[in-house]
Design a protein around this ligand. Structure first.
Ligand code: BJ8
Length: 425
C-alpha cells in the first residue's frame, strides 16, 4: 500500500521528501490530540482511518475518477456551490489549508503578514506536498477577502484558477450579481466536464448535498445535550472530513455516528462531566489539521459544543430550498442559499451577530471564544462588534488571535484557563 501510494504521489508530481516529513509529523500529532481522548464514540473509527490514510484512498478515488474522464474541482471557500460540480459529474474537493508545515514555503513568495490559511494553502501548491491540489483539474477561488483574491492571481501561474466574484453586500443588486456568478460558474463547469447540467441531475445533486447538511445538523443537535456525547475535537474532525470525502459515504457515516450518539444521549453518557464549561467557538474556519484551539480548550476540562464558522454551522445550517422544477429556479434557489452564509466579508453582517447569540443560547454555552487568524482583518474588526453585542446580551467572551504555530500555545492556555475559571462561577 505504501509503495502504491508513493507511486501515485510521484505520478502526481508530489515532492516526496517534504511530503514524507509532513506525513511523519501528522501521525504523532493525531495520536496526541485525537487517539488519546477517552471514551470516544466507535463511529469515530472511520474518521481515524480517513486521517490515517489521508493522502491515500481518497486521492486514489479521485485518480480513478479522472482516468474515467471525470474532473476534480478544488475549492477554498463554502461559497462555491458544490451542487453544480456534482450535477455535472465532477467531484468537488475542499482543500485543506490548516497546517504550519507549508507556511515557510509560502513565505518565500507571499508577504509574511498574510493570514495562515492563505499561506498554508499556497504553500501546499508551491511545495508540491498536497496530492488533492495536484489531482485537481481546476481550482475555484473567490473574492471574499483581499489576501485570498490576490493570492489566487499568483496561484493561477501554477495551476488553472477560476475566481467567483462574491459580493460584499446583500442588497438586491448584489444578489443579482451573485446569481449571474452562479450561472457563469455553471457554464465553466459544463465546459470543464463536457457535461450539461440539467434540471434532473441538478435536482439529484441538491438532494444529495442537502442530505449531508441534514446529517451534520443532526450531529450538531446532539451536541446541544448535557452531558455532551461527543467531544468538540471529534465533531470538528467530522466537519473537516466532509469537505473532501465522497458526499454519499460521508452522509452515511455521519448518520451511523449519530445513531450511536442517540444511544449515548438516552443513557446519559457523555465525554465530559455535565458541569464541564460549554464553549461556543466563533470566527475563522479551522481547516484540517488545525485542531489547536479545540485541543487547548478541551485539555483544560471544558468542552466545545458548537462552532459558528465555515468548519461548523455556516457549512450546513442552510439547505437549498426544496428543488423547484425548472433549471432556472433551481439555480436561483442555489444562489439564494449561498447568500445566507454570514461571512465577515459582508457589510453589514448583523446576521452573524444574531447567529452567535442564538447559537450560544441553543447550545447552552457558558461562554464564547472568538477565534481570529492573525492578519485576518475582516474577522478581527468584526470581533469589535461581536464583543459589544455579547456584552449587551450578558454572554462572556474571550477574543483570541493566533496562527498555526505552537509558539503561543502556553500563553493561550493561560488566557483560556482564566476564562474558563471565570465562566464557571
Ligand atoms: S465564507 S470565512 S470559507 S472566506 S481567515 S482567508 S477571510 S484573511 S476563510 Fe472563509 Fe469563505 Fe468567509 Fe467562510 Fe481571508 Fe480571513 Fe484568512 Fe479567511
Amino acid at each position: 500500500m505504501a509503495n502504491e501510494n508513493e507511486q501515485m504521489w510521484q505520478e502526481l508530481g508530489i515532492d516526496l521528501k517534504p511530503h514524507g516529513a509532513l506525513m511523519t509529523a501528522l501521525g504523532p500529532m493525531f495520536q496526541e490530540i485525537y487517539l488519546s481522548q477517552p471514551n470516544r464514540p466507535a463511529g469515530m473509527g472511520f474518521y481515524d482511518f480517513v486521517v490515517g490514510d489521508i493522502h491515500g484512498i481518497r486521492v486514489k478515488e479521485l485518480r480513478e475518477h479522472a482516468k474515467n474522464g471525470g474532473k476534480v474541482v478544488a475549492t477554498y471557500c463554502v461559497f462555491v456551490p458544490e451542487e453544480l460540480v456534482w450535477a455535472a459529474g465532477g467531484i468537488p474537493v475542499g482543500l485543506c489549508a490548516g497546517t504550519q508545515f507549508s507556511i515557510p514555503m509560502a513565505e518565500t513568495v507571499l508577504p509574511r503578514n498574510t493570514c495562515a490559511l492563505i499561506k498554508s494553502s499556497f504553500g501546499f501548491k508551491l511545495g508540491r506536498v498536497c496530492p488533492y491540489v495536484q489531482a485537481s483539474h481546476l481550482i475555484v477561488g473567490e473574492t471574499t477577502c483581499d489576501g485570498k483574491k490576490k493570492m489566487f492571481e499568483i496561484l493561477n501561474e501554477y495551476q488553472p484558477v477560476y475566481v467567483m466574484e462574491v459580493p460584499n453586500k446583500k442588497t438586491e443588486k448584489s444578489r443579482q450579481l451573485w446569481l449571474e456568478e452562479v450561472k457563469a460558474f455553471k457554464a465553466v463547469i459544463e465546459k470543464l466536464t463536457g457535461n450539461k447540467i440539467t434540471a434532473e441531475n441538478l435536482k439529484q445533486a441538491i438532494a444529495t448535498v442537502n442530505a449531508r447538511r441534514q446529517a451534520l445538523q443532526r450531529l450538531y443537535n446532539l451536541r446541544k445535550t448535557s452531558p455532551v456525547p461527543i467531544s468538540g475535537k471529534d465533531a470538528l474532525l467530522v466537519t473537516q472530513v466532509s469537505f473532501y470525502d465522497d458526499v454519499k459515504r460521508n452522509t452515511q457515516m455521519i448518520n451511523t455516528l449519530c445513531d450511536e450518539l442517540d444511544k449515548r444521549v438516552a443513557a446519559g453518557e457523555g465525554v465530559a462531566p455535565a458541569d464541564a464549561p460549554r464553549i461556543l467557538v466563533s470566527g475563522s474556519p479551522m481547516a484540517i489539521p488545525n485542531w489547536k484551539l479545540h485541543h487547548i480548550i478541551e485539555s483544560l476540562g471544558a468542552v466545545v459544543v458548537c462552532e459558528e464558522s465555515c468548519t461548523g454551522t455556516r457549512l450546513f445550517s442552510e439547505l437549498v430550498k426544496p428543488s423547484p422544477a425548472t433549471l432556472d429556479s433551481q439555480i436561483k434557489a442555489i444562489a439564494d442559499r449561498y447568500m445566507n452564509i454570514h461571512c465577515a466579508c459582508f457589510t453589514p453582517n448583523e446576521d452573524r451577530l444574531d447567529d452567535i447569540v442564538r447559537l450560544a443560547g441553543e447550545y447552552k454555552a457558558d461562554g464564547v471564544i472568538h477565534y481570529n487568524l492573525q492578519f485576518c482583518h475582516t474577522y478581527a474588526t468584526e470581533a469589535v462588534r461581536v464583543e459589544k453585542r455579547l456584552e449587551k446580551e450578558g454572554i462572556p467572551l474571550l477574543r483570541i488571535e493566533t496562527d498555526y504555530s505552537d509558539e503561543d500555545a502556553g500563553q493561550l492556555k493561560s488566557r483560556i484557563e482564566a476564562f474558563l475559571e471565570m465562566v464557571k462561577h
